[in-house]
Design a protein around this ligand. Structure first.
Ligand code: NDP
Length: 420
């Protein structure tokens, strides 16, 4: 049995198999560059045809690449410093558990301090806005180099270290989806490091640079920019504060580390999630106090649902007898684990996705209603979470069978109450 688990091949391929993986390797970077190029135009219209590709010099800049490398290594240094506690991940297939240092919040604090020093020294932070496309190209390049390294490294990894979903035997598919589950150099966990640090902390830093560029151009920051930067900073700080919760997510437990996550973490997240701020620099919006108050309330509602549901599930999975969750109704499953059917998890089957999507909408609304481009995040995120929800349902159906069917009967809606 142990031998069978160790050598099992992935037979259920996702994202359209090797053909889908091949296409996505081009579509993902293509989308980032299309969005950034379009966002810079006066019209910022997705209906216009993309203009000719800019000359190579405006895409590639060794200084931008050096800045990215310096950022990456600064975050790597903060990761290995002995700050914060060490936690264990969920059991692996051989029943061992990996250790993870929980110090992303500390890394954010130190990074914020350094950003403060940069502000005091009046360093030209608007460089990031002026060279944004070159920084995005540099990040895509680094993600590609990292993915190639990860795939080469995975070829020497033992079978038991491979990702359950990334061992199809097709090199292209495995390169894309991630062949090895937890690639490490010594105790340095590459996937865990990339998930929350260079890209996510970088996203906040990019927003700060956009705010400084707006001040440079318009004399003061707009209310729209302050809301976008504030909401997104809260989201990132929340993720870093709850870093330990990432140890039970699909990304860490199930997905290997390949091009999909490397590009997602290092290029997609910082360069497309910051699109609202990028848009606002050259497309200023007037936002009244009433509209701003409504948007703040919407974001708060989303945050309450998002944080409440994630914390409820984490508390329950860590200790079902925890007084916070002990009174909730549950269904037993054959695995010994129980499923929550009341509280947030009795509202819909993925209340955390619902809260996340409400917040995503609140981040776009400060950009006004004249353009669709700043709504890219909420549109893309809806598609991503609907697809992710289907992947998770499939996994839960396999794990829990009849108990999962019972849960679906008791809680019929997946993400949006009475809609979906
Ligand atoms: P979830 O946190 O939703 O975890 C899903 C797992 O929860 C299931 O596999 C199951 O695992 C457990 N579960 C499901 N239903 C129940 C229940 N009723 N009772 C108890 N346990 C249950 O997964 P994600 O990793 O997808 O999401 C985590 C957060 O990250 C979400 O808020 C999401 O919105 C956010 N996210 C953000 C992204 C971004 O780019 N901004 C991208 C992806 C996610 P088990 O039973 O094995 O414990």
């Amino acid at each position: 049995m142990a031998e069978k688990i160790r050598t099992s091949r992935t037979t259920e391929l996702e994202f359209g198999g090797p053909v889908g993986a091949f296409l996505l390797i081009f579509v993902m970077p293509g989308t980032v560059f299309y969005l950034l190029l379009t966002c810079r135009t006066k019209e910022a219209s997705v209906l216009q045809l993309p203009g000719p590709l800019p000359p190579f010099e405006s895409l590639w800049n060794p200084v931008a690449l050096m800045i990215l490398l310096a950022w990456f290594f600064l975050q790597a240094l903060l990761y290995i410093l002995p700050m914060g506690k060490v936690s264990e991940g969920t059991p692996l297939r051989d029943n061992s558990r990996l250790k993870y240092r929980i110090n992303a919040f500390h890394a954010m604090m130190v990074s914020s301090l350094l950003a403060g020093v940069a502000l005091v020294l009046k360093l030209p932070l608007s460089y990031v806005y002026d060279h944004f496309l070159q920084l995005a190209v540099g990040s895509a390049f680094l993600a590609l180099v990292l993915s190639i390294f990860l795939y080469m490294k995975s070829l020497t990894a033992p079978m038991s270290a491979l990702a359950p979903g990334g061992n199809s035997g097709n090199p292209l598919y495995d390169f894309f989806i991630g062949h090895e589950l937890n690639p490490r150099i010594g105790s340095f966990d590459l996937k865990y490091f990339c998930e929350l640090r260079p890209g996510l902390i970088g996203w906040c830093f990019i927003n700060l640079c956009f705010l400084m560029k707006e001040i440079e151009l318009q004399g003061s920051p707009s209310l729209s920019m302050i809301l976008v930067c504030g909401f997104q900073a809260v989201y990132v700080i929340d993720a870093l504060w709850h870093e330990e919760a990432i140890l039970t997510t699909m990304d860490i437990v199930h997905d290997g580390f390949g091009f999909m996550l490397a590009f997602g973490d290092l290029c997609w997240v910082p360069f497309t999630y910051s699109l609202q701020g990028y848009f606002l620099v050259t497309h200023p919006q007037k936002l009244g106090v009433t509209a701003a108050t409504g948007i703040v309330l919407l974001n708060t509602l989303g945050y309450i649902i998002f944080r409440g549901s994630n914390s409820q599930k984490n508390a329950f999975r860590r200790n079902p007898a925890d007084p916070q969750v002990a009174g909730l109704e549950t269904i037993p499953t054959a695995t010994g684990k129980r499923l929550l059917v009341s509280g947030w998890w009795g509202l819909v089957r993925h209340p955390n996705y619902l809260g996340d999507l409400i917040m995503a909408l609140a981040w776009s609304l400060p950009c006004g209603l004249s353009h669709i481009l700043p709504y890219f995040y909420v549109i893309y995120f809806t598609v991503l979470l609907i697809h992710r929800e289907a992947r998770d349902e499939h996994q839960c159906m396999k794990k829990y069978g009849l108990a999962w069917q019972e849960y679906c009967r008791r809680v019929p809606y997946r993400i949006f109450p009475y809609i979906y």
